[in-house]
Write a protein of this length. Structure first.
Length: 275
């Protein structure tokens, strides 16, 4: 092949609740291999190997909180060497921690109300329970719930505090670059990863597109996670722009093939860029 070489970063051994990371990456990397020369590697090996390839694709590499030092070294080396990255390293969402939720809330975006200082607790709406989670958390690691009477005693250092929203369901919108691909939702709030196809309305797509446009990610995959609040509106839960799980096994063949085609096209454009 002469279409370029790809280092595909994934942790095939990572175990996630309700998801099979390895199955997704085995299938997706196999489809990309039809177009590109491609090799898989563990995230801890990426920095040492990336110089041998034309571009690096970061996929289901697991929460970086488990190897934060190695991940930061990898990012620094990729930036210094001008490595073509997919996702681009300029993401403003979960790639950079969860401080963006504070920024978006302050700027009036439709997000779950979020604060990180005790003096801002009064800005949160009344709720029976509140969610306290790490700024650099992932996969619910370190997340806990506190009652209203416990909130005053919470130390918010390194944490975010949000009201626990009694939402109807969660819905995820999947994008390649800024182009919408498909949506899935969890009709039962207690089963986050039991997902079904979701047909978004024009208003739903406008909601999701607003966050993708805000992020302005040149190359990569983004998942906009939202919840349907009691008032019927959508509120952003998180903007996953580091290594979003895609649940490709739960969508139809048309959606899967459309996603692969969009990813191939985006990678082709990335490979044409000069270092």
């Amino acid at each position: 092949m002469d279409n370029g070489s790809i280092l595909y970063v994934t942790d095939l051994g990572y175990e996630a609740r309700g998801r099979r990371y390895c199955d997704e990456d085995i299938w997706l990397s196999g489809r990309l291999r039809e177009t590109f020369d491609l090799a898989l590697c563990h995230p801890r090996d990426a920095a040492a190997l990336m110089g041998r390839f034309d571009a690096v694709v970061v996929r289901n590499s697991g929460p970086v909180i488990h190897y934060r030092e190695a991940y930061e070294a990898f990012r620094a080396a990729a930036r210094d060497d001008g490595v073509r990255m997919f996702n681009s390293l300029s993401g403003k969402g979960d790639m950079s921690g969860k401080e963006y939720l504070l920024e978006l809330f302050r700027e009036g975006y439709p997000v779950i109300p979020t604060v990180a200082r005790r003096e801002d607790f009064d800005a949160l709406p009344e709720a029976d329970e509140y969610v306290v989670k790490p700024l650099l958390g992932a996969d619910s690691v370190g997340l806990r719930f506190v009652g209203r009477d416990e909130l005053a005693g919470v130390d918010p250092a390194g944490m975010l505090v949000q009201p626990r929203i009694p939402f109807a369901y969660e819905v995820s919108f999947y994008f390649v670059g800024r182009s919408f691909q498909y949506a899935l939702y969890a009709p039962h709030p207690e089963a986050r990863w039991v997902l079904e196809p979701y047909e978004p309305t024009a208003a739903d797509l406008e909601f999701a597109q607003r966050f993708v446009d805000w992020n302005d990610l040149p190359y990569g995959i983004q998942r906009v996670d939202a919840c349907r609040a009691p008032g019927g509106e959508l509120l952003l839960v998180e903007l996953e722009d580091l290594n979003p799980y895609l649940s490709l096994d739960l969508v139809g063949e048309r959606e899967r093939e459309g996603f692969v085609a969009a990813m191939r096209a985006s990678l082709g454009e990335l490979l044409l860029e000069r270092r």
